[in-house]
Design a protein around this ligand. Sequence first.
Ligand SMILES: [Zn+2]
Length: 328
Amino acid sequence: MITVDVEAMPRRSAASPLDRLIWGRFPEGEFGIQKMMSIAEKAGVTMTMMLDYAEVELYGDGLLDVGREIERRGHDLQLHLHQTFLSKSFWEDLTPVNDLNVSGTAESDAMLDYLLDQHSRISASPKAFRGGGYRFSAPFLSALGRHGIADLSCNASRATQPIRTRPRGQFLWSLEDRVVLEIPVSCVSDFRGLGRTSDYNFNAYALFKPKLAERIQLHRQFLKSFYEAHGTQAIAVLVLHSWSFLKLDENKQYFSQPDPAAVEAFGELINALAKDFEIITAARAVDLFDSGKLAIDEVLLFADEPERSNDGKPSLLSNLRRKVLGRA
Ligand SMILES: [Zn+2]
């Protein structure tokens, strides 16, 4: 699955963030999602594009136009959320959520309702969600489950997850009253002997080599490790961002210039992937799950005991217990 988080955080661009970080408009040409979609379409690939609807508060209808264009071109439009962009009036009767990892029930329900409302203005019901910064909470998962929406936020490589997990293929979160399909960002432990867990991110250092052929080879190696660990029924999930064809400036603050080498690399990569793998969308994965055709071999529980978060403070979220189904 090729996923693209489509977002334009003002702090990432000195000028016109929507134009630069999503559309990728520069004097040299377009280096944003249109370019990405064109490359994917040429390879016969439908991508899953997760739009940060909270940015409607910043860009108004211009943000929804992004979703309309993704729809028009036939890619899979799904939900992303950086909730700190939501307006003061949104939080009127709620506690503002700075960290999605600790969002409570009322706030989670309200945020998801907001996303559903914005999404309904341009598309049919969504099937998938990814939290900003790969963050999520049990109440948010529960809200997703009520609407039959899968979560794509789990990323075992990140220290900022609400609970620690190991790399996995798709699995089920078991909450008090329901289960929710999780399709994690794919991770491999100790890839290239780096001594840490790496996630499958197009812009990751672990997947970079200056020579294109070697770079593609790294992707093959990563996927080989992933499928060896989780079986060929597992869904490998690649992450890009709408700004993945841009370069950070020297201060590592703004995406201020296009990166034609990244465009070329994506073209090569998607051709290689399309040749060797079946590439599916999040919507398709959820349809397979709903019709009982998606392989799931683990159910993870959020339990009630408090667990320490990574910064040593007690987490509001609960401990994780593991239950293995169908395996010794
Ligand atoms: Zn994001």
